[in-house]
Write a protein that binds this ligand. Sequence first.
Ligand code: MN
Ligand code: MN
Length: 303
Amino acid sequence: MRDMNQDSGELYAYRKAGKIASLVRTKVAQLTRPGVPIIKICEETENMIRKMGGFPAFPTNVSVDYVTAHYTSPPNDETTIPEDGLVKVDLGASISGYLSDTAVTVDLSGKEIAMVDTAEKALRAAMSIIKAGINVGQVGKAISDTIVSAGFKPISNLGGHSLARYELHSGTSIPNVLTHSGQVMREGGVYAVEPFVTKADGKGYVKDTDSAYIFSCTDSMPPASPKDNPEAELLTVLKKRFGILPFCLRWLGSDFNLKQFKRLIRSGSVISYPVLVEAGKRIVAQAEHTVLVKKYGCDVLTT
Ligand code: MN
Ligand code: MN
């Protein structure tokens, strides 16, 4: 990829995507109250992004308590925000495919302030050392050290990622623990950094559940003759609309065949992302920003 400092169009789009996500994120706290339907939070945040001239980069995730990521409301979801929930709202915008990704944790109990602060502090610790050429393992270590010294545990198998045009997870992982992948952060590269924090007696990793509400098409070519193959036709429609970006059934309306959709998942043309839960069923807090890496530091795009 080119150095974005030489391409102000890309940078402008990234900054706009970041600004939109940041503004929407600031509205999340007032939306996230006990008894509010989760679908309302999903739809209102996604609609705010659209009204500001972007598209949702992915369905808004609203993950409560030990649910860690990948919950978005299915159509007609009746789930509501519980009384004392620890609620992670994760959202992003797309401007011509240039993406932002940011998250905030709302503590409705008032008892988990330390945990929420620790996630934010770990994110700041990471951002304070990020610069061109830094090894991602060092970023993971800064995150982990911050979390452990506050008396909590990082989630080791979830983390940040590089972003590319129309690609939410584009190849480089930013871990939340020390790793030795050898990957480095690139000048001009855009990355999401996202510490997840659980209780010291949690397992410190997430596992899949049987539920999935977020999907994406794979990179594979759609079959050549969609005309006589209704599944291929659906796949073509999905790829045209979303590319390989994540989407959810709420966005498809009623104008599609669920059986065909399920066959696309079975055939591997569509990937589903299971809801992830902390393996020890301990509550989890998250913080996330999107950053632009520079020679001697980074710009936070989602503030
Ligand atoms: Mn996110
Ligand atoms: Mn992310």
